[in-house]
Design a protein around this ligand. Structure first.
Ligand code: AMP
Ligand code: ZN
Length: 477
C-alpha cells in the first residue's frame, strides 16, 4: 500500500511520512498511566489523541498492533529517580496495599477511557508482570558494559553513548534544566548526573511493598526499563511508532532509547509522536497537585465526556490547550447543535458513491497531514451542509466516526427525544429559573465565584445547567 500518513516526528524534528518496517503493518507503543491516582483530563488528552492516531492509521488501511504498559512499580515522584515512590504514596494516602491501589486505578483508567470512546490497546501489560524480562535486559546491559553497580543499585552509564540526548529538542533542554532544579536529592552513586536506575536494591523506602529476587539482590525495577522490555516482548526489536505526552520526551523516552538500542545494538523506533499538554488557567495540570480535574468531576457537573473528546479534537495535538469551563460550555453548544442536525438526517435514498469517495478523501487528507483533527471535523461540518442526499451524509458521518468516535447520531437522537426538563414540577422549575437569572446577574457583574456557587447549588439538587448559544439550558441529572 502507498505510505502517505505523515506526522511530526520528535526524533527528526520533521513532519515525516510513516514508513513501517513491515509493509502494511504498524507496531505502536504507548506509555500507559502510573496507577496511583485517577487520570486527570490532561493525561486523557494524550490518550484521546493517541487513540485518534491509532484509529486514523487503521482507517487509511494499516494493520495496527498497539501495546500499552501500566506503571504499577518503580515510578518515583521525580522522573529522574528521586523523591517518593508514587505507588507507595497512593497506598499510604488510602490505607490500602500497593496492589489494591494499582487494580483500583487501572479499572478507573479504563472506565474513563470507555466514557471517552478510547479503544483499549490490543495488549495491556502491567509492569509487575514482566520482572524476568527486566532482569534479563539489565543483565545484558551489564554484560555489554553499558551499566554498572553502585551502592547496591544498577545504573545505566550515559557516558557510554555518543549521543545520549537523541531528541536534542528545546523540550529536552528545558526539561533537563527543570530536572536539575528539582533534583535536590542528588544520588552520589551516579557516575554522571543523567545516569538512571535500572534496578533498585538499596531502596530509600524501608517499607517498599513490591520486591523481587534478582542477581543484584532483592529489589525492584527502575521506571524506564519497563517500556523498553514490554514493547519488545510484544512488538519485537523494531518498532514503528512510540507515543506519549511531551513531558515523557526527557528523561523517560531518552532513557528508553538509550537502554533499548544499547541492548539490541541497532535502531529501535523510527517515529516518535508526542502530545502537548492540557493546562488549566493556573498552569500545567498535575496529579501531584492533589485537587485535579477528572472525567468523573466533569460528568458530575453535567457534561457528556464526549464533549471533552470533541474539545480535544478541535485543537491540534502539538499545541498546548487551555481548559476552562467556559470553553467547555461553548463546546457543549457546538456538539449538541451538530449532534441534533446529524440525528435529523433520514436514512433514505442510495449512497452516492462518487460524493462519498470525494469527502472520504478530504477527511483522510486532513488526518494524513499531521493528524489535523480540527480540519477533519470541518470536513464533517461540510458533509452535513453538502448538496447530497441524507443516506450519503449518514454513511460518511458513520464512516468518519470510526476515527472521531463522537457518537453524534446516537447522542443527537437522545437529545431530540428527551425534552431537557420533561416531567419537572412547577415549583422546582420556578426555583431553577430564578437561580439561572441570579447566576446571569452574577456573571454580568464578573462575580464568577457566585455564578459557580449557583451552578453547584443547582447540581446538588440534581439540576445541571449549560450555557449554549441559544441561552442557558437546564436538565435533571
Ligand atoms: P502518568 O500517569 O503521569 O505516567 O502520565 C500518563 C500520560 O499523560 C503520559 O503520556 C504523560 O506524558 C501524559 N500527561 C501528563 N500530564 C499531561 C497534561 N497536562 N496534558 C497532556 N498529557 C499529559
Ligand atoms: Zn514509557
Amino acid at each position: 500500500m502507498e505510505n502517505k500518513f505523515k506526522f511530526y516526528n520528535t526524533l527528526t524534528r520533521n513532519i515525516d511520512t510513516v514508513i513501517p518496517n513491515v509493509e502494511g503493518k504498524i507496531s505502536m507503543y504507548t506509555c500507559g498511566p502510573t496507577v496511583y491516582h485517577f487520570a486527570h483530563i490532561g493525561n486523557l488528552r494524550s490518550y484521546i489523541m493517541e487513540d485518534v492516531l491509532e484509529k486514523s492509521l487503521r482507517y487509511v488501511g494499516y494493520d495496527v498492533k498497539r501495546v500499552m504498559n501500566i506503571t504499577d512499580v518503580g515510578h518515583l515522584s521525580s522522573d529522574a529517580d528521586t523523591g517518593e515512590d508514587k505507588m507507595l504514596k497512593g497506598a499510604k494516602r488510602e490505607n490500602k496495599t500497593v496492589m489494591e491501589i494499582a487494580q483500583f486505578y487501572t479499572d478507573a483508567f479504563f472506565s474513563d477511557c470507555e466514557k471517552l470512546n478510547i479503544k483499549r490497546p490490543d495488549v495491556v501489560e502491567p509492569a509487575t508482570n514482566c520482572i524476568p524480562e527486566f532482569i534479563h535486559m539489565v543483565s545484558v546491559l551489564l554484560d555489554k558494559g553499558y551499566a554498572y553497580e553502585a551502592g547496591g543499585n544498577v545504573y545505566f552509564d550515559t557516558s557510554k553513548l555518543e549521543d545520549y540526548y537523541v531528541f536534542s529538542s528545546a523540550v529536552e533542554k528545558e526539561q533537563l534544566l527543570e530536572g536539575v532544579r528539582a533534583d535536590v536529592d542528588v544520588d552520589d552513586n551516579k557516575k554522571n548526573s543523567n545516569d538512571f536506575v535500572l534496578w533498585f536494591t538499596k531502596s530509600k523506602f524501608e517499607d517498599q511493598a513490591l520486591k523481587w529476587d534478582s542477581p543484584w539482590g532483592v529489589g525492584y525495577p527502575g521506571w524506564h526499563i519497563e517500556c523498553s522490555c514490554i514493547s519488545m516482548k510484544h512488538l519485537g526489536e523494531y518498532m514503528d511508532i512510540h507515543c506519549g505526552g511531551v513531558d515523557n520526551i526527557f528523561p523517560h523516552h531518552t532513557n528508553e532509547i538509550a537502554q533499548s538500542e544499547s541492548f539490541t545494538g541497532h535502531k529501535w523506533c523510527n517515529h516518535w509522536f508526542h502530545v502537548n499538554h492540557l493546562n488549566d488557567q493556573s498552569g500545567k495540570m498535575s496529579k501531584s497537585k492533589g485537587d485535579f480535574l477528572t472525567v468523573s468531576l466533569i460528568e458530575s457537573k453535567g457534561y457528556n465526556p464526549l464533549v471533552y473528546r470533541m474539545f480535544c479534537l478541535q485543537s491540534h495535538y502539538r499545541k498546548p490547550l487551555v481548559f476552562s469551563y467556559e470553553a467547555l460550555d461553548n463546546m457543549v453548544a457546538a456538539y449538541n447543535k451538530l449532534a441534533k442536525k446529524v440525528a435529523e438526517l433520514k436514512n433514505e435514498g442510495e449512497v452516492d458513491q462518487e460524493v462519498f469517495a470525494q469527502y472520504r478523501a478530504k477527511f483522510e487528507d486532513a488526518l494524513c497531514n499531521d493528524l489535523n483533527t480540527s480540519m477533519a471535523i470541518t470536513v464533517l461540518y461540510d458533509v452535513v451542509k453538502a448538496d447530497t442526499n441524507d443516506a450519503t451524509k449518514l454513511a460518511l458521518i458513520n464512516d468518519f466516526d470510526y476515527v472521531l468516535s463522537l457518537n453524534l447520531y446516537e447522542e443527537g437522537k437522545k437529545l431530540s427525544e428527551t425534552p431537557a426538563n420533561a416531567g419537572v414540577d412547577a415549583e422546582l422549575e420556578a426555583f431553577v429559573l430564578a437561580k439561572i437569572e441570579e447566576r446571569a446577574a452574577a456573571k454580568k457583574a464578573k462575580d464568577f465565584a457566585t455564578a459557580d456557587a449557583i451552578r453547584d447549588e443547582l447540581l446538588a439538587k440534581g439540576v445541571a445547567i449549560k450555557d449554549t448559544r441559544e441561552g442557558v439550558k437546564w436538565e435533571l441529572v
